[in-house]
Design a protein around this ligand. Structure first.
Ligand SMILES: [Zn+2]
Length: 171
């Protein structure tokens, strides 16, 4: 996934060649020199804590039983923390209060590195119906993380607070 066929700089057809110890898609035009390194894409995520529990969201098209953290891409002008607060505002309509930085979590299937924050919110959720299908507020002692990207962030955050849930098996 995530492979270019043509050079995004000069439109030559890319070739697969070894660069820096791995096979990469490389521009054959020596004056161009483009290499598709396929570095992970930074993404922000938020463990959104509401007085009633953790707010989990379901993107449109996800299986009905799958809910995850609020996540999104950074805009060019933003810090990761600003991006996390903006995504919460956009996706669930609430202004967040930034808590701790939880950590960096690789999400290899999507070639992303997710920077996760803890953010507190209050009030009524208004869902962004263009992106999201549904949401849940799960009491903190009932939340069960999943074995992928942001799920590990949620597990570590819960463990630090003395909760020891089991991972949920998603397929
Ligand atoms: Zn090129």
């Amino acid at each position: 996934m995530n492979q270019f066929v043509f050079c995004p700089t000069c439109a030559s057809k890319l070739l697969e060649e070894e660069r820096g110890g791995a096979m990469r898609m490389v521009c054959p035009d020596a004056t161009c020199g483009f290499v598709h390194w396929n570095n992970p894409i930074p993404v922000v995520g938020a463990i959104v804590e509401h007085p009633e529990g953790i707010v989990l969201v379901q993107s449109i098209g996800w299986p009905a039983h799958f809910f995850g953290l609020v996540t999104g891409f950074l805009e060019q002008i933003e810090t990761p923390a600003e991006a996390a607060l903006r995504e919460i505002k956009e996706e669930i309509g609430l202004s967040g209060e930034l808590g701790e930085f939880v950590g960096f979590y690789p999400f290899r299937r999507m070639n992303q590195i997710i920077m996760v924050y803890h953010v507190k919110v209050e009030g009524e959720v208004t869902l962004d119906r263009e992106e999201l299908a549904d949401f849940r507020i799960v009491p903190i002692d009932k939340v069960r993380p999943w074995k992928a990207g942001t799920g590990y962030a949620l597990m570590e955050w819960l463990n630090k607070r003395g909760y020891e849930p089991e991972f949920i098996e998603l397929s």
